[in-house]
Ligand binder design. Structure first.
Ligand SMILES: Nc1nc2c(c(=O)[nH]1)N[C@H]1C(S)=C(S)[C@@H](COP(=O)(O)O)O[C@H]1N2
Ligand SMILES: [Mo]
Length: 370
């Protein structure tokens, strides 16, 4: 089968029909959702997400990597190309950073009409302690040429998207790649990376949506032209229609989430809570900005009250928040929204875009109080 045929059978993000709200999911989307699990929202209770609860996003298949034969190749416009073993990378200066990662598609399936792709509701998040060596040191040692404007990161996984057979590859400007927080990570929560999270080595770009953090990293290449690979030029764009190149998706937008209170109804997922004091809790983050404010609404977003912010543990990680609600019998739609240090605040309405990227509209949780 030609690449074109494959592309036609498995259309790119947003290539498909525009569905009406209430339309059911395609079984291929369910298959994607089962492969790429999210963090159950009660997982917001843990400051560091247990590894098996951290969300997962794998476009193609998890590649089979033999760590002994694996090498990280550093090349392109550098004065000293390198080929490094895992042990050589581990022997370099090590840093551990707590980072909240979120998929750019988080919130996609709440949009109306709904783009056809990995159908995230709100669970494409997780926070981990990543250990690795700063990329910056390696780039300095390799001697990136003045002509280089971007660094291209290549993963070992391959597949077809939008009719194009390619390896998963993303680039960063040389300035972004040289930021001190960018890591070549080989441990997650104190353990070697699990296969699905990028073993043996991945990039971690704190503050950026997850697509920048290339897993199964094998190549780091300095280039003189903007990299036009599929995962840069065709997807991860804020666009309004299929042919609109739009703007690239970059940093994580501000968001707060709450642990749904009470207990769920199995079939409808509506929450059931007891009248009386209910402590609402959750976490809020804003990429590499700080969260300056968290507010809660118990009337579907008509009126808001201040929540109590918790401690900040890392400039790149979520912080907790809590709110004491005096619940009286009735039906409620609880909402939470955060504001970042630049004054951006989550809206209650969707900011629709064709690929369903960066939808940070405020969470809504239906609760029946008895
Ligand atoms: N090589 C490779 N890297 C990748 C991906 C991928 O499919 N292949 N998915 C990206 C996306 S879209 C996200 S959101 C994060 C998810 O990282 P996690 O699965 O460890 O949570 O990995 C990114 N890195
Ligand atoms: Mo993602």
């Amino acid at each position: 089968m030609s690449e074109r045929d494959l592309g036609d059978r498995f259309p790119a993000v947003g290539d498909g029909k525009e569905l009406e709200p209430g339309d059911s999911f395609h079984k291929e989307e369910v298959q994607l959702a089962l492969r790429n699990g999210g963090m159950p929202l009660e997982g917001l209770r843990y400051p560091i997400t247990p590894t098996g609860m951290h969300f997962l996003l794998v476009h193609f298949d998890i590649p089979e990597v033999d760590a002994k034969g694996w090498r990280l190749k550093v090349g392109g416009l550098v004065s000293k190309p390198m080929s490094l073993t895992l042990d050589e990378i581990k022997a370099r200066p090590a840093v551990t950073t707590v980072v909240t990662m979120e998929c750019a598609g988080n919130g996609r399936a709440l949009l109306s009409p709904r783009p056809i792709s990995q159908p995230w509701l709100l669970e494409a998040i997780g926070t981990a302690e990543w250990t690795g060596t700063p990329l910056r040191g390696l780039l300095e040692e390799a001697g990136v040429s003045e002509e280089a404007i971007e660094i291209v990161f290549s993963g070992l996984d391959r597949g077809v998207q939008g009719g194009e057979l390619h390896s998963y590859e993303r680039s960063l400007s040389t300035a972004d790649a040289r930021r001190e927080e960018v890591l070549l990570a080989y441990e997650m929560n104190g353990q070697p990376l699990q296969p699905q999270h990028g073993y043996p080595l991945r990039l971690i770009v704190p503050g950026w949506y997850g697509m920048a953090s290339v897993k199964w990293l094998a190549g780091v290449e300095a280039v003189a032209e903007p990299f036009q690979g599929y995962q840069m030029s065709q997807t991860y764009r804020y666009s309004q229609e299929a042919d609109d190149p739009g703007e690239p998706v970059t940093l994580i937008r501000v968001r707060a989430l709450m642990i749904p209170p009470g207990v769920p109804d199995f079939a409808t997922r509506t929450r059931l809570a007891e009248a009386g004091p209910v402590r609402l809790r959750g976490r809020a983050w804003a990429g590499r900005l700080a969260v300056s404010r968290v507010e809660v609404s118990v009337d579907g977003g008509s009126s808001w009250a201040e929540a109590e912010p918790g401690e900040e543990v890392s400039p790149y990680a979520w912080r907790g928040w809590s709110f004491d609600w005096q619940a009286t019998p009735g039906r409620y739609t609880l909402c939470v929204r955060a504001t970042d240090s630049e004054g951006n605040v989550q809206s209650v309405d969707q900011r629709w875009n064709y690929q369903g990227m960066g939808n940070n509209m405020a969470q809504r949780v239906d609760v029946v109080v008895e």
